[in-house]
Design a protein around this ligand. Structure first.
Ligand SMILES: [Fe+2]
Ligand SMILES: [Fe+2]
Length: 276
């Protein structure tokens, strides 16, 4: 055996944990390709949480980011909006990596898919941060809230994870994407609008991944079964934009029955579930 053979390859799990535990923000903007090797003895690590290196400041309630056309004429307001998008991408990247270490016994093709999506999310993060910087601001200039972590980290299974993350939040992002791209374009910021469009286009494959695996895990794409897999206390209310982009959702292979259920959802008729 050569010396080379004795050095254990980095595993998929270690790769995920390295990103989650990075001690600098710079290390969060890039990620190496996922290694092939996996841990021989699977260890479930659902308790893992990401580091938040300075100057990132996490608060329980972040100030609401303005997004109306008037506000977006200001460079600072646009940068604040893109900074909040960047934080969504950061949390998405981390949560897909978390799912890899939380459920080591999940099918390997599913875990490979999580790794591929995580690398997309890191690229989205870097794209948005590049726009924030082009506008004259920096990562950490605004406080952030770990809203997605607060919700997703209690997902009980891969089925709950894809129901909530992919079919829920990433699906909603398809509604928001076209709207924000139009608003940024209207504000004269073509580059930022393009960044939002590129991200939205790529998000469709993430939604399709979730639909495919939800069906594999549960044997159905039934809307009631999907609802039953949303992480508590979430409802479909937070899984749609002010208007639904049905065409984009359809292109993402989102099951029509679930899209209909999201559109028809009436919080008043569903007072038993919390709003957010
Ligand atoms: Fe993304
Ligand atoms: Fe995504």
């Amino acid at each position: 055996m050569s010396r080379q053979d004795e050095i254990p390859d980095k595993t998929l799990e270690q790769w995920a944990l390295d990103y989650l535990s990075a001690s600098t923000l710079a290390a969060r903007r890039v990620i190496d390709p996922a290694p092939e090797a996996v841990e021989r003895e699977p260890v479930a690590r659902p308790e893992v949480r990401p580091t938040r290196p300075a100057p990132l400041r996490v608060v329980d309630r972040a100030e609401r980011v303005a997004s109306h056309p008037e506000a977006l004429r200001s460079k600072e307001k646009r940068a604040a909006l893109l900074h909040s998008f960047a934080h969504h991408e950061l949390q998405a990247a981390e949560l897909f990596l978390w799912a890899i270490v939380a459920w080591p016994e999940a099918p390997q093709p599913f875990r490979r898919g999580l790794a591929k999506i995580a690398t997309d999310e890191v690229r989205h993060l870097d794209m948005y941060l590049s726009r924030v910087e082009a506008l004259g601001f920096a990562w950490g200039d605004w406080e952030v809230r770990d809203w997605f972590w607060q919700r997703l980290a209690s997902a009980k299974s891969p089925a709950h994870f894809v129901a909530t993350m992919g079919l829920g939040f990433e699906g909603a992002n398809l509604d928001h994407g076209a709207r924000f791209a139009a608003l940024l374009e209207q504000a004269g910021d073509r580059e930022s609008a393009d960044a939002v469009r590129v991200v939205s286009d790529e998000e469709r494959s993430h939604v399709a991944f979730a639909a495919r695996w939800f069906e594999r895990f549960t044997g159905t794409l039934d809307a009631a079964v999907w609802r039953a897999h949303l992480v508590e206390p979430l409802s479909p209310l937070v899984m749609r934009g002010p208007t639904m982009d049905r065409a984009s959702r359809e292109r993402a292979s989102m099951p029509r029955e679930i899209v209909d259920a999201i559109e028809a959802y009436d919080p008043k008729a569903d007072a038993t579930r919390a709003k957010r």
